[in-house]
Design a protein around this ligand. Structure first.
Ligand code: AMP
Ligand code: MG
Length: 423
């Protein structure tokens, strides 16, 4: 994967050329979704063991130096460098272990055996690694002339006292947890997790364990959505399958809007005779119904049910995943106060011709690999229709083909979004 380039899917990069009436570009839709989201401000304490992936509520400042003491970077011997000018061997007067320091002051003509991480005793300014020393009982001869100050770590080398090490809005990773521990912190203030409710709509959908009648299929969207939500560390409310009746849809919306910050539905946002999601939103909340110039996933309903953000995703399994990642995911990140980062894009060379219709941005499913020279190549998973869920399972990235692109030849450069950490 070549140079990282975050321009393609950032909300700010809205294109302004002519679009069909009522149609938005991906970037315009992203911008509109994000513009009226206020981050959750409610905070809670989290112990370090449960803080991975949580969003920091405030800045973290170091109140002491890390490391707190001058210590050795090597297993070797510590002494004052002026003592090594004479050819006389040094007297080994003791040992400084990590956690068990040598507490006396080291005098002229003396040295101490020292281990990595052990406090450097007073009177010493240099450590020489044991490989460059010759020990004979309590006598030490140096095989090289040491550089004054070498192999000594100083207080605050890692973090000087007073440094702001992590800022509010940071998503805590494993390194951050270690950093907090090194500052002696056992817990931190984090933002409350957003509560995200989701459901599938459709009379043809059966839950796993139920027999399939004629025309039925198993509900897969609830599982892809559940998995993608788990990657975001939110509180998940699974509302099951909602039947295609106005009453069932209305009941589900009323229940979700009372307990969730976000409701995500799949299916029922097209113009079919059993598509009630949009109509019910218009009745119970504020809703926009957008056609988005993208493939997969053209229709999208977006709005609010009271304080609950609403995303009505299309029903087709690939469209659900693409629209979740491009529209619902950034909204959830913004809601929980995360310093927003766009999905990272990279450049790869396509191994084959890719078919594309001009006028819509396509997110084709791709498999990217590194060739023997270390360059990233991407190939298509094949059929790109939005009901082919297997293409998402086989792929490890989206291949992004811009709206105005008409044809991509083998050997061309394309942008890709890797799935790592998303699915
Ligand atoms: P709709 O948007 O409701 O018209 O659905 C579009 C297509 O997606 C139809 O073929 C549905 O059967 C299918 N679909 C809708 N919801 C699901 C789901 N939860 N799991 C699998 N397929 C679905
Ligand atoms: Mg349906």
């Amino acid at each position: 994967m070549g140079n990282n380039d975050n321009t393609g899917n950032t909300p700010a990069a809205a294109s302004c050329d002519i679009m069909p009436e009522g149609t938005l570009t991906v970037e315009q839709a992203q911008q509109r979704i994000l513009q009226d989201i206020s981050a959750i401000t409610h905070t809670e304490r989290a112990g370090l063991h449960s803080a991975l992936g949580r969003i920091l509520a405030g800045d973290i400042t170091a109140h002491f130096d890390v490391p707190p003491h001058r210590n050795s970077a090597m297993d070797g011997y510590a002494f004052a460098s002026t003592e090594t000018i004479s050819d006389q061997p040094l007297n080994i007067v003791g040992t400084s272990f990590a956690g068990k320091p040598y507490l006396e002051s080291v005098k002229a003509g003396e040295c101490v055996r020292i281990m990595t991480g052990a406090v450097v005793p007073d009177g010493c300014d240099t450590v020489e690694m044991q490989e460059n020393c010759q020990r004979d009982g309590h006598q030490l001869t140096l095989n090289t002339t040491p550089k004054t100050g070498s192999h000594i770590r100083h207080p605050g080398d890692d973090i000087p006292a007073g440094t702001c090490v992590l800022t509010a809005g940071r998503r805590l990773n494993a390194a951050d947890l270690g950093l907090l521990a090194s500052l002696g912190m056992s817990e931190v203030d984090v933002i409350r997790r957003p509560r995200v409710a989701f459901c599938s709509t459709g009379d043809e959908l059966k839950s796993i364990g139920q027999p399939l009648g004629i025309g039925d299929i198993y509900d897969s969207n609830r599982y892809t959505l559940h998995g993608m939500l788990q990657q975001l560390d939110v509180d998940i409310i699974d509302m099951g399958v909602i039947h295609d009746t106005p009453a069932a849809v209305e009941l589900a919306f009323a229940s979700a809007s009372q307990q969730a910050d976000v409701l995500i539905t799949s299916g029922g946002v097209s113009v079919g005779d059993a598509d009630y999601v949009t109509a019910m939103l218009k009745k119970r909340g504020e809703v926009s119904f957008w056609k988005i110039a993208m493939k997969p996933g053209k229709p999208l309903a977006h709005g609010r049910l009271g304080n609950c953000l609403f995303f009505g995703l299309p029903g087709n399994p690939v469209s659900v995943m693409a629209t979740f990642l491009l529209f619902a995911r950034p909204a959830i990140l913004r809601l929980r106060g995360e310093q927003l980062s766009a999905l990272p894009e990279f450049t790869a060379t396509t191994t084959q011709t890719l078919k594309k219709t001009a006028g819509r941005k396509e997110y084709q499913r791709g498999i990217c690999t590194q060739d023997s020279a270390g360059n990233w190549q991407v190939s298509s998973t094949g059929i790109q229709e939005s009901h082919i869920l297997r293409s998402m399972s086989q792929a490890n990235c989206f291949i992004i083909l811009e709206r105005e692109t008409e044809h991509v030849a083998a050997g061309d450069s394309v942008k890709i979004i890797p799935f790592a950490g998303l699915l």
